[in-house]
Design a protein. Sequence first.
Length: 534
Amino acid sequence: MSSFPTSELVKFSDLHPKPSNVTFSYGTAGFRTKASLLDSVLFRVGVLAALRSKRLDGKTIGVMVTASHNPEADNGVKLVDPRGEMLENSWETLATNLSNAETTGDFIQVVKNIINHQKIDISKTANVIIARDTRPSGPGLVAALEDGLRAMGAVARNEGVKTTPILHYLAGKKAPPLVVDCANGVGFFAAKAMGEYVNSVLPLIPHNIAINALGALNNACGADYVKTSQRLPPSLVSVLHPGQRACSFDGDADRLIYFYLDDRSQFHMLDGDKIAALVANFIAELAKGAGLDGKFEIGVVQTAYANGSSTKYLSERLPVQCVKTGVKNLHHAAEGYSIGVYFEANGHGTVLFSPSALSILETHQPSTPAQSTYLSNLIALSDLINQTVGDALSDMLLVEVILAHKGYSGLEWDSIYSDLPNRLVKVVVKDRNIFETEDAERRLTSPPGLQQRLDDIIRKYDGGRAFVRPSGTEDVVRVYAEATLRPQADGKSQTFDLEIMFIPNIFPELAFRIAGLVYDESGGDSSKRPKEFL
Ligand code: 16G
Ligand code: MG
């Protein structure tokens, strides 16, 4: 909003005239009186909340519609300052003046006075969060409040029915800053543009933003680097501090991988599988809370690269399908569910809401205020998600929204399940076309007999799983292996060792034995055989 919105204010103010012969007063707990008298007050409080937010550089102001312990026929409204505290004293007087302006003309004049005296920059974006208690007059009064916010062009978030302390908490809540590794690529433009909208609630700190530096793109940074090396990009070593969350995009910002350092500065990765678990759980929780249990099928689509722990965790809760690598395959399978959550371990993914699921969401009648809140959150998620394709920025917002709702840090999200130690190895072979697969790439059908020999090795590793597939993007064959424990070379399991379990990188053995076999079987030149292949 760049100029004073006179016509909007006049139009909306005329819809909410002040009753004559009433004097309002913003008392210790805000305005409070018979609900039937409050329509104009709520509209004007909406305008005032927007002004207060603009005055504070767009920080979020809370508005609670309640009359606390008063009789049900009363209602009221109070403003909550950005740190979750009561409205500053001097503004209580402004609120009282504004509520008592007799006509629309008087009201506009008081608004102008406030802007002048408080030196408010009207062009700032206002952010307001609102909630109400269960009083029957609540919805009508919230509608009047929203008219005030609309007239001022404020960004409003309606939290529905909430306790007063929760509204204070929500108003005071600001996500901790998120470090965003832009892979020195185009994702930086998007992160920068998005930051202008979200920085007041989710401060973004872009790194690896050298978009014009030759050789920098995806070099020792970005989602693929983090996922395959299971390491912090060196450029972030002195940036990230323990407990802080960070995420990496890839070069075209359609992959997203999260990570954080624990309090011992150990690196922990939250990959596409962890995102899928977080998102699928949350959606299932919202659907259940909205009273939609059994009304539609929520399913998850993964590939063979999904960590075994994620598949186990998810399939104990929801239908899970494994398909061949490649976004198009996952997307297609996800279309088979009412709500299809698909993520590759490498961070590509999104959520698809079928047309019938969307129409159920539109027409569903919640039977309690709590159900109504769950439903509106689920609808908001369907708007937030880029359903055309996995989108690092939209996925990042999705993750942040869920973490904020659940009050999770990276650590709590990470502990949904523990990844099995795993390793991905590239094998350069003479002709990768001799490798053919079945069962969603989990087994080889060619070269003949090779799968059996792989099985003989895999069997020796507790919880061992491995597969070999020709890459679709590089002239190599890829080997993926995971296992529960780190075994001895002879196949006997070592004693359970916690340190080893939680350092995934220490698990190269199964992958390197398979890589060695693949190399030899495909006629690899023994003089060029990589040293680490067993
Ligand atoms: C491409 C695919 C991705 C897949 C990867 C596998 C799209 C948009 N991207 O990046 O889904 O995971 O290739 O590569 O489809 P690979 O066949 O070399 O292992
Ligand atoms: Mg990409």
